[in-house]
Design a protein around this ligand. Structure first.
Ligand SMILES: Cc1cc2nc3c(=O)[nH]c(=O)nc-3n(C[C@H](O)[C@H](O)[C@H](O)COP(=O)(O)OP(=O)(O)OC[C@H]3O[C@@H](n4cnc5c(N)ncnc54)[C@H](O)[C@@H]3O)c2cc1C
Length: 487
């Protein structure tokens, strides 16, 4: 049975202590199973559940607690795709292949929705829609993306013009947006508890405080060593993400750990609905901010990523400033809780899904968009093991690439900061251009009005009289504005 969760809002929350002994069992005896899954995050539990439903005996080894890592920290946004710009994906594998991958992510979304609703996960609180907003004025790029997603991939998407965006998000910082009406949000913490409960009901045995210290995957029956016992299994799935450590150092080296901090604000009252009138999640195209309203009048917000761990409390000020920059009308915003989680970022940005060698599988590197992708990974791998389904091979082009170790993290942090600065600068430039265009429009209106009045009263014109603003002035003003004059 799923233990009750203590609070109605999102964010990691320890399991209540009742039934802890049964739930937190360690592996203390040797065991033989069909499948051993290493890691009880979203990826590990998804594979384990699907495999058990197909009749395999499954053991999950979790070094700490179920959902302890990134999987217990999500904002609960279930979005299509993999967090990689669709153009990059097409450049790498072509339109048809990218379209198949996109469809798989939709399949993952549908499975999550079915689990959350049909399995009646208590209080899962689904909310609809997601907006990907642009902080630069690039309507033409938006149209290209809409064509790819809507026409080539047959996805449900809508392009929103600037006015419509600003009707629901009262900030001057956003321009166009893509609306994904079939995306949805759920309480991420309740979802992972529900997934755990489903897996246990399907017969999965989950052992917590049981790290896999080493594996021998050479034989038909593979061996896994833990502190107090050994396992033998026909198949192993490595779903430990960046924490895998000694169990597979080679795989760990292919992931760049990125810490993502989230905050939950105190109730903000009616002013929040006046600033944000969109029920789903909002993310900007530069991946800087991702947020949504929870519990009626609070904000759940994740800010910039870091490649080194920084205590979440120290990043609260930065997130508060991001909120104030976008929605100054909210005034002072108190933060009630903050937490962070580490995501595993691959060099190519796509998850690692597939069979590394016979019977040794991988499901990791889901980055910042793991809810749908871990789910489809679970289905593909389980069906690959049981039915020989080869659809996981769609992920073959995204091979394991060394992420650069410590130097990679330093460089990654530099790139993240540079990208953030570029995004902020691009946003400022776009807003500047918008203001300049508005000034131009007003000048043209004034000029037109002046010309009309001149035409209406030709007799009043004298050779020395000048209209309120001459075309020459307008051109000069425009030139001043375009060359970066103060405004
Ligand atoms: C703040 C934040 C917000 C996010 N919001 C969203 C969102 O709204 N939507 C979305 O789709 N995604 C979101 N994500 C991304 C998502 O959380 C991840 O992509 C996903 O959880 C990755 O799941 P995972 O199972 O691969 O890894 P993890 O959650 O890292 O789980 C790996 C597990 O394996 C265990 N493990 C590792 N090595 C071993 C070993 N040797 N032996 C035993 N156990 C081991 C670890 O203890 C851990 O529990 C967010 C992430 C963060 C940090």
């Amino acid at each position: 049975m799923t233990p009750p969760v203590t609070s109605a809002t999102n964010g990691p929350d320890p399991l209540p202590t009742e039934a802890a002994a049964e739930l937190h069992a360690r592996l203390t005896f040797d065991l033989d199973v069909d499948l051993c899954v290493i890691g009880a995050g979203l990826a590990g539990l998804s594979v384990a559940l699907e495999a058990a439903q197909l009749g395999l005996s499954v053991a999950v080894l979790e070094g700490r607690r179920v959902g302890w890592a990134a999987s217990g920290a999500t904002l609960g946004s279930v979005l299509p795709g993999y967090g990689v710009p669709i153009g990059d994906l097409i450049d790498r594998v072509g339109v048809a292949h990218a379209g198949e991958l996109w469809k798989l992510s939709h399949e993952g979304m549908a499975i999550v929705r079915a689990r959350a609703t049909e399995e009646a996960m208590p209080g899962i609180a689904l909310s609809a829609g997601a907006l990907e907003v642009s902080n630069v004025d690039l309507g033409d790029r938006l149209i290209t993306r809409l064509q790819t997603l809507g026409v080539d991939f047959g996805s449900e998407v809508e392009g929103w013009q600037i006015d419509r965006v600003r009707e629901v998000l009262r900030t001057q910082r956003y321009f166009h947006a893509i609306h994904f009406p079939d995306a949805f949000q759920l309480d991420g913490r309740r979802y992972i508890r529900g997934l755990e409960a489903m897996a246990r009901r399907a017969g999965v045995r989950i052992f917590e405080d049981t790290p896999a210290l080493g594996i021998d995957s050479s034989g038909i029956r593979k061996r896994i060593v833990t502190p107090h016992a050994r396992l033998r299994a026909s198949d192993i799935v490595l779903a430990g993400n960046v924490h895998l450590g000694a169990a597979s150092p080679r795989l760990t080296r292919t992931l760049l750990p990125m810490w993502r901090t989230a905050v939950l604000t105190a109730p903000l009252g009616e002013r929040l609905a006046e600033a944000i009138a969109f029920p789903g999640s909002i993310a900007d195209t530069h991946g800087v901010d991702h947020y949504r309203i929870v519990g009626g009048d609070r904000l759940l917000w994740t800010g910039p990523e870091t490649t080194f761990e920084i205590p979440p409390r120290r990043l609260e000020g930065l997130i508060r400033r991001r909120i104030a920059a976008l929605y100054p009308q909210l005034g002072a915003v108190a933060i009630e809780r903050s937490w962070s989680g580490v995501i595993g970022q691959t060099v190519h940005g796509m998850p690692q899904i597939g069979e590394l060698r016979r019977g040794l599988w991988v499901a990791s590197g889901f980055g910042r968009q793991g809810l749908a992708a871990t789910t489809i990974a679970g289905r593909l791998i389980a069906r690959g093991i049981v039915h020989g389904d080869r659809r996981w091979q769609l992920f073959d082009p995204f091979e394991l690439v060394w992420a650069g170790g410590r130097i990679g993290r330093v460089v990654g942090q530099g790139v993240a900061i540079a990208e953030r600065r570029t995004a902020i600068a691009a946003g400022m430039l776009a807003r500047y251009r918008e203001r300049a265009a508005e000034r131009r429009r007003l000048r043209e209106e004034r000029l037109e009005a002046a010309n009309r009045s001149v035409r209406r009263f030709p007799a009043e014109r004298t050779p020395t009289a000048r209209p309120a603003e001459s075309p020459d002035h307008a051109v000069q003003d425009e030139h001043r504005a375009d060359s970066g004059g103060q405004h």
